[in-house]
Ligand binder design. Sequence first.
Ligand code: SF4
Length: 299
Amino acid sequence: MSLGLREILNKHNGILSGTSACPGCPENMAMRMLGMGLGKDVVLVVVAGCSSVIQGNAPYNAYNFPTVNVAFAAGPATAAGLARAYKQRGKNATVVVWAGDGGSADIGFASLSGAAERNDNILYLTVDNEAYMNSGGQRSGSTPFGAITTTTPEGKKENKKNLPLLMIAHNVPYVATASVGYPHDYIEKLKRAKQVEGFRYVHVLTPDPYGWLFDPSKTAEVAKLAVQTCYWPLFEYYNGKLNISPESLHCLDKRTRRPVRDFLSIQGRFKRLTEDQIKILEQYIDSVWEKLKSMLDNQ
Ligand code: SF4
C-alpha cells in the first residue's frame, strides 16, 4: 500500500505545531503515524519520558489527542481505569499508553505485566530509543550489547531485553513490532490492534539521532537498516499465531540477511566495538531468529 500526499493530509495527524522535540525526532514520527493508524476517539496516557516534554508548554499540547501525563509505573493502571470509565458511560474510545523503553522494560515493567495478565482493554505502545534519552542518555534494559551510553562509556555488557517476546509469553491477544522506517507496516498494525478486544502491545523501534549518534536527517534510514539487517524483526502475534512481516521474511534464512555492520557503522554509539564484540551481537541476533523460527515451527 502506498499513501500519497493527499491521502496523508486527509488522515488524522497525531502531531500539531508547537512540539519541542529535537530535529529528526523519531518519537514525533511515531506519534504522527499513530494518528494515521488509529484516527480519532483516542485517549493518550503518556508515561514520563521524552514524550512528556515534546508535547510543548502547557496549557498548549502538540499531541492531537486528549492527553494524561503520568509517572513511570502508573501508565497501565491509569489507562485501564479510563477504559472502564469510558465503557460504563457508553463512549467509544481507544485508550493508549505511550511509554519509552525505560518506562516499559525497567521502571514500569511490573504494572505493564500486571495489565497484560489481567487482559485490560488497552493498547500499550513502547517507543524504543534504547536508553533514557530524556534524562541524559543512560542505559536501559532495552539498550543493546556494546552500545555506548552515558552510564556505559565502554559499551553495555548485557544484551537487549526482548520485551515483545516477553509480552507474547503473557498470552495476550495482540503483540506486534514496528519501525518508524516502515510507516505502512506500522500504520496497518495499529489499525488491526484497534479492532482487537483486550490487551494489545505494539513495540516501535525509534532510532534517536542524539543518543545513537547519527545525523538527524538519517532517522528513517537507520530505522530501515535495523530491519534490513535483521537486528529488529518485524512481526505480528495475533490469535495465538506468529506472522513474520514481509519486510523481515528474508531474515528467516541467515544467508539472505544484510550484514549487521551496515546498521552499526552509521551510528557513533557502536564505534568502540571490536570484531569479537560484533560477533557477540550477531549471535544475539541469531538467537532471536532461532526463537522466532521455533515458534513458527510449533504453531
Ligand atoms: S532525545 Fe531523541 S527521542 Fe527525545 S526528543 Fe530528542 S530526538 Fe526525540
